[in-house]
Design a binder for this molecule. Structure first.
Ligand SMILES: [Cu+2]
Length: 104
């Protein structure tokens, strides 16, 4: 139990110490997209693990979590470590990435 608590604290600290890069994005469309870092790509199961910033349309704070993807082809363009912007949809507790834009 103690190890789990320590791990949670470590993750929380890491998130606080290593914020996602702040980028000025004047493009109107950017308001709906969320920045994230890709942690894991699972093409076989059509899943992607993202460390994402706050997602306004889902009322979700920043965290690391697994998303499904609507289209497996979305995963062809990204790999672990990539910085992206993405659009997510939520329905009945399931969260899905519907669009990915790699950040250079
Ligand atoms: Cu999340």
């Amino acid at each position: 139990m103690r190890a789990i608590a320590q791990a949670i604290v470590a993750v929380a600290l890491l998130a606080a110490v290593v914020p996602l890069p702040a980028r000025a994005q004047p493009v109107a469309q950017a308001a709906e997209m969320t920045e994230a870092e890709v942690r894991k790509v699972d093409k076989e199961n059509r899943k992607i693990t993202l460390r994402h910033g706050p997602i306004r349309n889902l009322d979700m704070p920043a965290m690391t979590m697994v998303f499904g993807v609507t289209d497996a082809a979305l995963l062809d363009r990204v790999q672990a470590g990539d910085k992206i912007r993405f659009r997510a949809a939520g329905d009945g507790g399931k969260f899905t990435v519907v669009e990915i834009q790699p950040l250079k």
